[in-house]
Structures are given as structure tokens and as C-alpha cells.
Write a protein of this length. Structure first.
Ligand code: GAP
Length: 434
């Protein structure tokens, strides 16, 4: 059953232009997925809601867009060259490599050989993608595709501070791609090699860090619940000390109840302490302390960091919204997340008076809502298609429209219909969508 829902969701996403397998034409590329037209809208809406909650609604949070390629000294300072690794063991029979801590996969692999399998000792494998700056592939020209956007923020800490008139506490947010050469990918968007990240680095006085960490934990949990994730499927947990990243003084995670693994990480909310500013100060030789004018003191702020992948969040929203009965499959996405808010149909596609009126309605609505026009097939099929991409409202233009200028609005979740005057349509839909 649980496998089943993942298979059904992957198929739905492909069928409806939400997500396609990466490089499918050439047999695929593991750990990559492409967003189709509806997926681009869904991802945009997730990012917009995040930006609204993190940047727009907090006057002390600003946004940055740093480069994907950074000077390799960044990764030396941050500890990623040394510590951003997973332990790998190699099968001495076929030389496959598997994460040493994934015991179930090791057991599965052993079953694929007739003979007894021996494994090498675990060896650390760095997850950063290496590349070269310029035309010469030499050691001096090596750099990496960033595995997190956070470091671009830390190296711009002083630039932002000096130009944005912010005072601690303040935050720098960033949305951008991250790359990780994961050893094992899978479970659709859950673990991939290229993904967009939503990261906030929130700089606070060290004495306030614990309290502010607690506040961000609650805010982030609430964000998911407000956008429709069901209470029973989401919770906060604190990581035990032995599971912390090399930079962390304490990390909480928002866990989602995934159908393929049970409770597991959706978002991390770390207290990075002053680790990053201190290491960059040491390696760059530049002073990265904050000067507090009121107390006339200098210190390295602590950093609270909520961080989530857009794709992983998308997977949670899609799974949570998935609903099916004997008649139909519906993505019950919150209207703010739904790729399209409204679909407009003429009752019949071959009656010019209906299609031209429907186009007029579409032209009006598209100024206010992400609207899609659909004149293909029969009306039942159009409803089913819109249900499957989660369009909350369908507006149909029929013969009565030509008489009395009214249309039907059909609700995705209840399938109930109401009759509304065209001049009241925008207001009526606005009140439903927001
Ligand atoms: N800057 C902090 C950081 O990078 P992380 O826990 O390694 O922390 C943050 O990653 C979030 O990024 C995770 O909670 C998850 O949502 C997402 N993420 C990490 N690795 C991923 C992968 N391989 N595929 C998809 N999403 C991933």
C-alpha cells in the first residue's frame, strides 16, 4: 500500500506535467528530476510562501543570491572538504559501493551474489561535486558545486551588515540550488543529487540563541500546518548529540511521516553557534565580529538555521494532499500552493458562442489568478484532469451564461457547484482562494 501511493504519485506527476524523470530521453540520470509546467508553478508557490513567511513578514530579514561556485577556500574553512562525507564500504566481489550505515541495503546486496560477500573497511566519501575553474583540469583549479547555500551567506555577512543597516538579531535568507553526490538516491524527490534549498541564517546574540532556536522550531512547524499538512503527519524532534553535523550545537528536525520510511527529516533547524563566522574569520583573516554600539562590545553572533529542500517540501505537500476514491484522484492542495487556482471551460468545445465567451472570462480572470483554459475532451474529463493537479475551482460557461451572464463554479474538494454572476466572479473566487 505504501509503495503503492509512491508509485501512483510518481505516475500522476508525470501524467499531469508536474514532475518528469531527469534525462528520460537518454535512459535517465539517477537522482535528478525535471519540473514540468504544473511543477514549476507548485515550486514557485512553495518558494513564495516561504519568502513571504521568512522575508516579507520580518523586517529584520533580508534576501541574498550568492554564486553556486565559490572560492574553494570557503569549503576548506567551512569544514566541508574534511567532514562532508559518508562512510562507504565496497563489495569485494563486484565493487559496488554502499553506505556502511545502511545495513538493510548491505543485506539486500549480499543476497544478489551466490558466494559469501566480503566488504572493505569503511572509507569516507566526500559528497561535494568537484569541478574545474578555467580550461585546465589541475588540482589548483578545483572547486565544488555548493552543497548548501549557507556558506554564500556567511561569506557575505559583513557585506550585508554594512549595506542593509541591520542590527543583531537579523537574518539573511537565500533560495538557490545545492548539489550533493549522494551515494544512494531514491524515494522520488526525497533524496536527489541536485535540489533547490530554502535557507535562513538568523544571527543572534549567543545568550539569546537557545530561546530563538525554540521560536524558529515552532514557527517552521506552524508554517507546514498552516499550508495544509495534517497534524498527525508532522512533528518536531531534537537530534541526539551523536547525530549532529560538524558545525551544530544542537539541531531539531521537522519530521514527516513518509509512506516509504515512517518518520524522517523534512527540514533541519540547527543552532550553528559561532562556528561558521569564526572559521571564515580564521581562514580569510578578515574580522567577522559584530560591533554592538549600544553595549560597545564585539562578538561573533550565533546562527539559527532553518533549512529545507524545495523538492522534499513538495513531496510532503503532494503526499499529504493525495486523495482517491472510486471515482477520482484529487490533490487537495492548499489553494495558495495549487499550480493553477482556476480552470475555465466552455461546456462544449465546438460552439463558437461558448468558446468566445469562455475566452473572455479567462482573459479577465488571468489578470488576478493563475488561470488555465481547457477546451479539450468532455467536461467530465476536464474536471478529472484539474482534480489531479489540484486546481481548486473550475468555472464553466454554458448556454445559460449566454442568456443571463452567470457561470458555475465547481469546488474541487466537494464537487459542489454554485451559480455566480460573471461580474461577481473575481470577488467570489478571491474570497475562496485567500
Ligand atoms: N545548511 C544546512 C544543511 O544543508 P541539511 O540537513 O544537510 O542541512 C537541509 O539539508 C535540507 O535540505 C534537508 O532537511 C532536506 O530538506 C534537504 N536535503 C538535504 N539533502 C537532500 C537531498 N539529497 N535531496 C533532497 N533534499 C535534500
Amino acid at each position: 500500500m505504501t509503495e503503492n501511493i509512491m508509485e501512483k504519485l510518481v505516475a500522476l506527476c508525470k501524467r499531469r506535467g508536474i514532475i518528469f524523470p531527469g534525462s528520460e530521453l537518454y535512459g535517465g540520470l539517477s537522482g535528478t528530476w525535471d519540473l514540468g509546467p504544473a511543477g514549476v508553478e507548485l515550486a514557485r508557490n512553495i518558494k513564495n510562501e516561504w519568502r513571504k513567511a521568512i522575508v516579507d513578514e520580518n523586517e529584520n530579514v533580508v534576501e541574498l543570491d550568492s554564486s553556486i561556485l565559490l572560492n574553494p577556500k570557503v569549503w576548506e574553512a567551512s569544514g566541508h572538504i574534511e567532514s562532508f562525507t559518508d562512510p562507504l564500504v565496497e563489495c569485494k566481489v563486484c565493487h559496488s559501493r554502499i553506505r556502511a550505515d545502511h545495513k538493510d541495503q548491505i543485506e539486500e546486496h549480499e543476497k544478489t551474489h551466490d558466494q559469501k560477500v566480503e566488504w572493505t573497511d569503511p572509507k569516507e566519501f566526500n559528497l561535494m561535486f568537484k569541478t574545474y575553474i578555467g580550461p585546465v583540469d589541475s588540482d589548483e583549479n578545483v572547486t565544488y558545486l555548493r552543497p548548501e547555500t549557507a556558506q554564500g551567506i556567511f561569506i557575505n555577512f559583513k557585506n550585508v551588515l554594512e549595506t542593509s543597516r541591520q542590527k543583531v538579531p537579523f537574518g539573511i535568507a537565500q533560495i538557490g540550488k545545492g548539489f550533493r553526490n549522494e551515494i544512494t538516491t531514491g524515494n522520488f524527490l526525497f533524496r536527489v543529487r541536485e535540489f533547490e534549498m530554502l535557507e535562513l541564517e538568523y544571527f543572534v546574540h549567543p545568550d539569546a540563541a537557545s530561546e530563538v532556536h525554540e521560536e524558529w522550531k515552532e514557527k517552521r512547524l506552524k508554517w507546514y500546518k498552516d499550508l495544509g499538512i495534517q497534524n498527525d503527519n508532522i512533528k518536531l524532534i531534537d537530534l541526539p548529540r551523536e547525530d549532529l553535523s560538524h558545525y551544530s550545537k544542537g539541531t531539531a528536525e521537522v519530521h514527516y511521516n513518509w509512506p516509504f520510511m515512517g518518520w524522517g527529516e523534512l527540514e533541519g533547524i540547527a543552532n550553528r553557534g559561532d562556528y561558521d563566522l569564526k572559521v571564515h574569520e580564521k581562514i580569510s583573516g578578515r574580522d567577522l565580529k559584530y560591533f554592538d554600539q549600544e553595549s560597545n562590545t564585539k562578538y561573533h553572533p550565533y546562527v539559527i538555521e532553518p533549512s529545507v529542500g524545495v523538492g522534499r517540501a513538495m513531496l510532503a505537500f503532494l503526499l499529504d494532499a493525495y486523495y482517491e476514491d472510486e471515482k477520482r484522484v484529487v490533490l487537495r492542495l492548499d489553494p495558495r500552493l495549487a499550480p493553477y487556482k482556476v480552470a475555465v471551460f466552455p461546456l462544449l468545445a465546438n460552439k463558437e458562442e461558448l468558446t468566445s465567451k469562455a475566452k473572455q472570462v479567462y482573459d479577465t480572470l488571468k489578470k488576478n489568478f493563475k488561470t488555465v483554459y481547457d477546451g479539450r475532451g468532455n467536461i467530465g474529463k476536464r474536471y478529472l484532469a484539474q482534480d489531479e493537479i489540484g486546481t481548486p475551482f473550475c468555472v464553466t460557461i454554458d448556454f445559460d451564461t449566454l442568456e443571463d451572464n452567470t457561470v458555475t463554479i465547481r469546488d474541487r474538494d466537494t464537487a459542489e457547484q454554485e451559480r455566480v454572476k460573471i461580474e461577481e466572479l473575481t470577488d467570489r473566487l478571491s474570497s475562496k482562494i485567500t
